[in-house]
Ligand binder design. Structure first.
Ligand code: UDP
Length: 481
């Protein structure tokens, strides 16, 4: 273990597993690449439900058992807001309510503090860092395209008074292809929603941070990263320092027994299977599931379909799928030689790593995208929520690693069976668009892997960041003496 004099980087993650593990992983990568000694301190916010609290507790215990230079500080439990209407509003306000505890926890640390690294929904805590005269960084778990849009949002808010949907033509976000209103991320589509107000707020506050750390690779999103760094997204008022350090992907140690899905893949020819998986929040009720089933059946391709059913009343998360209720009669029997429907959480990274997988119909959550690119698997994006419509645009029009699929956003992101059939055939078969996406995905695989090798762009960004942090710690210690 390092001595008490080793400066620490204080991570403040949002409690959702995707955010927590991503920031923790980023922190560990930072430590591994730091030229001077640094340690990590993670401030653990007690999540608002018992189930989430147990999950976080599990992660923390596993980490405590394995990581040497990570100190976990559990913040006291705080009553959560009850009068909220939207999710990002809830998360942002709940984080804000922890400010006094964050302040106390940081002030009580026995070592110099290099900086706070805040989850991007926790920008209210920039006030704490300012109060303590400690540098602060924002960790952005999504991509540079979404970051560019959020940085542009405060000015856009002034320029466009109507709903974006009502605009004629595309929105100009520097570094991105023209963004049609139909590709606008969900949380900013409705200006009356507190979600929107919070997105504008966070976008504005990003500019106050000493730097923004992004889970992307500079070469993957060159133009968006450049537009952020040279201040075009912030209208030249400010040029944020941006650190693209990704892809940050949390790999689990290989299991003793291969998962059933992986065993099934072992029996399929290379590149022959299309994977369908829709993140932690994607689900389908029977009519939609029928549409997918028909599309897959008619495509004639092999498939591995991770399917979840609608949440229980009052709950947010999908349930395990009841296949008898969700699928058309006889579907499983008719496709048993070429398809597997998996009704619960599946090991997506291990599946994407398998040589049998040749394409991925994905909701386009950023982690799923990075995982797909890491293994060179081309995609067909089927956006469902969050920033996924923007990601779909980036994947198809920006990076060219995906084939387009017609998703009817006005009908709750509906895809017709015939359209799914067409997209799967294009992705998996000999079509020109599919061939190009496959080629491009392989190129991006090499790009992602090079970036995290010695001398690669993400490693250089981590080294640059660690130097800044170390400098900050020294200055900061002097000030506090
Ligand atoms: N995931 C998985 N199995 C599933 C569904 C999701 O392992 O059945 C993982 C996936 O590999 C990714 C994460 O959960 O790491 C989902 O993150 P993403 O950003 O793609 O989407 P979100 O869940 O945030 O919408």
């Amino acid at each position: 273990r390092k001595s008490m004099a080793t400066p620490t980087v204080v991570l403040v993650p949002e409690w959702g597993a995707g955010h927590l593990m991503s920031l923790l992983d980023a922190g560990k990568r930072l430590l591994a690449r730091a030229g001077s000694p640094l340690s990590l301190t993670v401030l653990v916010i007690r999540p608002p439900t018992e189930q989430l609290a147990a999950e976080v507790e599990g992660h923390v215990r596993r980490e405590e058992a394995s990581a040497l230079d990570v100190r976990f500080v559990h913040l006291p439990a705080v009553e959560h807001p009850t009068d909220f209407v939207s999710f990002v509003e809830f998360v942002s306000r709940f984080a804000q309510m922890h400010a006094p505890h964050v302040r106390a926890a940081v002030a009580a640390l026995p070592c110099p503090v290099a900086a706070l690294v805040l989850d991007f929904f926790c920008t209210t805590l920039l006030d704490v860092s300012r109060d303590l005269a400690v540098p602060a960084y924002v960790y952005f778990t999504s991509n540079a395209a979404m970051l560019a849009l959020m940085l542009r949002l405060p000015a856009l808010h002034e320029e466009v008074t109507a709903e974006f949907e009502e605009m004629k033509g595309a929105v100009d976000v520097p570094g991105l292809p023209p963004v049609p209103p139909s590709s606008f991320p969900d949380p900013v589509k409705d200006k009356k929603s507190p979600n929107y107000t919070w997105f504008v707020y966070h976008g504005r506050r990003f500019a106050e941070a000493d730097g923004i750390i992004v889970n992307t690779t500079a070469e993957l999103e060159q133009s968006a990263v450049a537009a952020i760094a040279d201040g075009r997204c912030t209208r030249g008022v400010h040029a944020p320092t941006v650190y693209p350090i990704g892809p940050v992907i949390s790999f689990n140690p290989p299991p003793e027994q291969p998962h059933e899905c992986v065993q099934w893949l072992d029996a399929q020819p290379p590149g022959s299977v299309v994977l369908l998986c829709f993140g932690s929040g994607g689900f389908f009720a029977a009519p939609r599931a029928h549409e997918i089933a028909h599309g897959l059946e008619r495509s004639g391709h092999r498939f591995l379909w991770v399917l979840r059913g609608p949440p229980a009343p009052g709950a947010r998360h999908p349930t395990d799928a009841n296949l008898a209720e969700l699928l058309p009669d006889g579907f499983l029997e008719r496709t048993k030689d070429r398809g597997l429907v998996w009704p619960t959480w599946a090991p997506q990274r291990e599946i994407l790593a398998h040589a049998a997988v040749g394409g991925f119909v994905t909701h386009g959550g950023w982690n799923s995208v990075l995982e797909s690119l890491w293994f060179g698997v081309p995609m067909a994006p089927w956006p469902l929520y969050a920033e996924q419509h923007l990601n779909a645009l980036t994947l198809v029009a920006g990076m060219g690693v995906a084939v387009a699929m017609k998703v009817d956003r006005k009908q709750g992101n509906f895809v017709e069976a015939a359209e799914l059939e067409r997209a799967v055939k294009e992705l998996m078969g000999g079509g020109e668009e599919g061939r190009k996406a496959r080629e491009k995905a392989m190129e991006m695989k090499a790009t992602c892997r090079n970036a995290v090798e010695e001398g690669g762009s993400s490693v250089v960004a981590l080294q640059r960041l660690s130097e800044e942090l170390y400098k900050g710690a020294v200055v900061n210690t002097d000030k506090r003496r």
